[in-house]
Design a binder for this molecule. Structure first.
Ligand SMILES: Cc1cc2nc3c(=O)[nH]c(=O)nc-3n(C[C@H](O)[C@H](O)[C@H](O)COP(=O)(O)OP(=O)(O)OC[C@H]3O[C@@H](n4cnc5c(N)ncnc54)[C@H](O)[C@@H]3O)c2cc1C
Length: 380
């Protein structure tokens, strides 16, 4: 029998849904209240920058349709009282709990005049603009989402310009070799790259850069990173700093009855020397939703640390780019198979000689092998 009777899950997307499913699967038969700001059934976000823009609306997340009246949709949590164990909603309701899962994810940084892409509504609005014949698409930020939007817009026959602040898009996440290759790959596929450039404003059909230049565009899409949704926790006593600060077990620091999961959680990762990380990948939200729920039921003293190695995959102009671990922590990197000239290679990243990350381009077997080696903390 669980010591918990009422559990509230805030955030009805991937991590929140997995938490609810896991609570039931683990035999929790108390009351669950799921609070979600969106009105749609929980859905998959990865297709939003890919197939949805090309006209395919399938974003279903298995199991979402089974959520019953335990789900309060279109309702936003605005306050947490840790001592009273209540969550306050935007309609004034207070919901009591004796266990809480925080799964409020993240939202894109805003820039007036630029489309954002986080929700299905954002994707459908962007698709409508693409379909209405906007010829020149300018994407700000060459990260995973910006790169995918650029790739999809090229597939749709649009002229595309990609503006990025770094010398090569994704240099921080992919390292020098793969980022140089990606820049060339974008250009070979007809994307005009404008790098080392910071956008200051979008106005009058032009994108203005910090160096005084401006570029005309019919449609501007922003992919400038995200901010974790933690404002509703201000004043609660929980520590937030680019996410909810957690223990290795995903319990919020200083709270034995609150866990966090997914894009909103920051925790010290045991495989990477306790470095605190926040991971914005599908598989992380999927696994953390489940582990956080299991740990909440087990209690802090019986909880297990979350040690999964982050991994991510994207398709850009037909190439498959995969990452594992945390390449940005590395102090050295080397190509271990293939070569960028052949559009097929893998890079291993080490810190003090120990593998901490991998990037593979059109080389899926290598990323599986390297991910295993990262988990085993192998040296190169
Ligand atoms: C366009 C796009 C493409 C992507 N592609 C990939 C990919 O190819 N591969 C990959 O690994 N990852 C990808 N991702 C990232 C992946 O989708 C996220 O890591 C994942 O959705 C995180 O899930 P989450 O449940 O933690 O948070 P979210 O999905 O952000 O969900 C949080 C939910 O909480 C709600 N919420 C926020 N605040 C409150 C509040 N105060 N009260 C109530 N509800 C609240 C939000 O409305 C939202 O529904 C992509 C993301 C986007 C946007």
């Amino acid at each position: 029998m669980s010591r918990l009777k009422r559990i509230t899950v805030v955030g009805a997307s991937l991590a929140g849904l997995r938490a609810v499913q896991t609570l039931r699967r683990e035999g929790f038969d108390g009351e669950i209240t799921l609070v979600g700001a969106e009105t749609h059934l929980p859905y998959n976000r990865p297709p939003l920058s890919k197939s949805v823009l090309r006209g395919d609306d399938d974003v279903a997340l298995p199991g979402a349709e089974e959520l019953g009246d335990q789900w309060l949709r279109g309702r936003r949590a605005v306050r947490l009282d840790v001592r009273e164990r209540t969550v306050g909603l935007d309609d004034g309701t207070e919901i009591g709990h004796d266990g809480l899962v925080i799964a409020t994810g993240a939202r894109p940084r805003r820039l007036d005049g630029a489309h954002r892409l986080r929700t299905i509504d954002d994707a459908l609005a962007l698709r409508a603009r693409l379909d209405s014949g906007h010829e020149h698409v300018l994407v700000i930020g060459g990260g995973f989402i910006g790169g995918e939007v650029a790739s999809t817009a090229r597939q749709l026959g649009r002229k595309v310009t990609l503006v990025d602040a770094a010398p090569y898009p994704m240099r921080a996440g992919l390292g020098e070799d793969a980022a140089r290759w990606l820049a060339a790959h974008h250009e070979r596929n007809g994307v005009e790259l404008v790098t080392n450039a910071r956008v200051t404003a979008v106005s009058g059909g032009r994108v203005h850069l910090a160096d005084g230049r401006s570029i005309a565009a019919d449609l501007v899409v922003g992919g400038m990173g995200v901010t974790p949704n933690t404002e509703w926790l201000d004043g609660s006593g929980l520590t937030t700093d680019d996410g909810v600060l957690c223990l290795p077990t995903l319990f919020a620091r200083g709270a034995g009855d609150i866990v966090a999961a997914g894009d909103v959680a920051r925790w010290p990762h045991g495989l990477f020397g306790g470095e605190t990380v926040r991971v914005e990948h599908w598989s992380n939200a999927n696994e953390q939703g489940a582990i956080a729920a299991r740990n909440l039921l087990a209690g802090p003293e019986n909880a297990t640390p979350f040690l999964d190695v982050p991994n991510h995959a994207t398709h850009v102009h037909g190439a498959r780019i995969q990452t594992a671990g945390l390449p940005h922590l590395a102090d050295a990197a080397s190509i271990v198979t293939g070569s960028p000239e052949d559009d097929r290679f893998a890079v291993a990243f080490t810190r003090d000689g120990v593998l901490v990350g991998a990037v593979a381009v059109n080389s899926p077997k290598d990323v599986v092998r390297l991910k295993r080696a990262i988990t085993a903390r192998e040296t190169l």
